[in-house]
Design a protein around this ligand. Structure first.
Ligand code: SAM
Ligand code: SF4
Length: 334
């Protein structure tokens, strides 16, 4: 039997996030510059290479695969990849196949995704106001996303909404978002804005709305029951006793969540980032292309996991952005 992947801090690695493209049909202000230069297509792993790499991780004990990007559903032929990953769900080696999406292409793909065994998806949505949505995503259209969410629910998938908490932007929509999600039977997770990417004038610190404050506002209206549930990730959950709804908080800044980290991130060019908040990465494309045999790749994966750092260094506490990383979120896949 192959030994599982365990990092130097005794954390088992069971979760792989795969960014299948750096491209997107939106230009969210906290994520991308408006005039992004994307990678030349020849730099990207082919769908077949993405399959080989994902399969290698699954054979080393990865049980959860989250597909992300950029916008994963704008990658040409991406359903072929989902269809081929379905075999790992069928074999029982993979427990969950899921994706994070901006929702724009869900009307087109929801049914196929459900048929591939995708049961739950995360859709990113920061506002329910048309004009504000257009402002924050620059290129997005709210009705298209809402229709995509409806399509996902019609296809039988559970939808969780991820909203980036932005000071002066969606503070006034806290209860609107919460009520809307409750009415649609969707969970909701808030994310603190992270200092990713060199986006010039867009100052992350100005936009930072601490979730401790958001939580306190919720607690004035509802009874919050802390849930023990952990996904090995950054989210902490509460249940609103009055509505039964689950609300998540992803707080890289106010609470460090690294001690239970079970994940690594693969980019669309085959770089493996062992931590979202650090620059170190391992190139898996070279060993992947060097040999059709899995042993070279397995060795490279194990060597990378042996370098997984203890945690990130994001810090706003000195009233400036410390620990910033220059990669855009779309590069490592959020
Ligand atoms: N395009 C897909 C989407 O938007 O869901 C998947 C990729 S996107 C990079 C993944 C997540 O990262 C989204 O929920 C997005 O809101 C979040 N994100 C992007 N930039 C961020 C930042 N600077 N701080 C916190 N979250 C960010
Ligand atoms: Fe695209 Fe997602 Fe980044 Fe928005 S957050 S620009 S939808 S990759």
């Amino acid at each position: 039997m192959t030994a599982p992947l365990i990092d130097p801090f005794a954390r088992p690695i069971s979760y792989l996030r795969v960014s299948v493209t750096d491209r997107c049909d939106f230009r969210c202000v906290y994520c991308m510059a408006e005039n992004m230069t994307f990678l030349p297509k020849k730099e990207l792993l082919t769908l077949e290479e993405l399959d080989r790499l994902s399969t290698a991780f699954i054979q080393l004990g990865v049980q959860k695969l989250r597909i992300t990007g950029g916008e994963p559903l704008v990658r040409k032929g991406i359903m072929t990849y989902f269809e081929s990953m379905a075999r790992h769900l069928q074999s029982g080696q993979l427990k969950e196949l899921t994706l994070t999406t901006n929702g724009s292409q869900l009307r087109r793909f929801a049914r196929d995704l459900a048929e591939c065994g995708v049961r739950r998806i995360n859709v990113s949505l920061d506002t329910l106001d048309d004009k504000k949505f257009a402002d924050i995503t620059r290129w997005g259209k709210l009705p298209q996303v809402l229709d995509g969410i409806a399509a996902a629910q019609e296809a039988g998938m559970r939808v969780k909404i991820n909203a980036v908490a932005l000071k002066g932007f969606n503070e006034d929509e806290l209860f609107t978002l919460q009520e809307w999600c409750a009415a649609q039977d969707m969970d909701l997770t808030f994310i603190e804005v992270m200092p990713m990417g060199d986006l010039g004038n867009e100052d992350r610190l100005d936009q930072y709305w601490a979730l401790s404050d958001l939580r306190a506002r919720l607690a004035k209206q509802f009874t919050l029951v802390d849930l023990a549930e952990r996904t090995g990730g950054p989210a902490r959950y509460v249940r609103l006793e009055e509505t039964g709804q689950k609300i998540g908080f992803i707080t890289p800044l106010t609470h460090n969540f690294c001690e239970s980290c079970n994940r690594v991130r693969l980019t669309c060019t085959g770089e493996l980032y062992m931590c979202l908040g650090q620059e170190d990465m391992a190139d898996l494309r070279a060993p992947l292309r060097a040999s059709a045999e899995p042993s070279l790749l397995e060795e490279a994966i194990r060597a990378a996991i042996a370098r997984k750092p203890k945690g990130h260094d994001f810090d706003y506490s000195r009233q400036r952005v410390d620990g910033q990383v220059s990669r855009h979120m779309s590069h490592t896949g959020g």
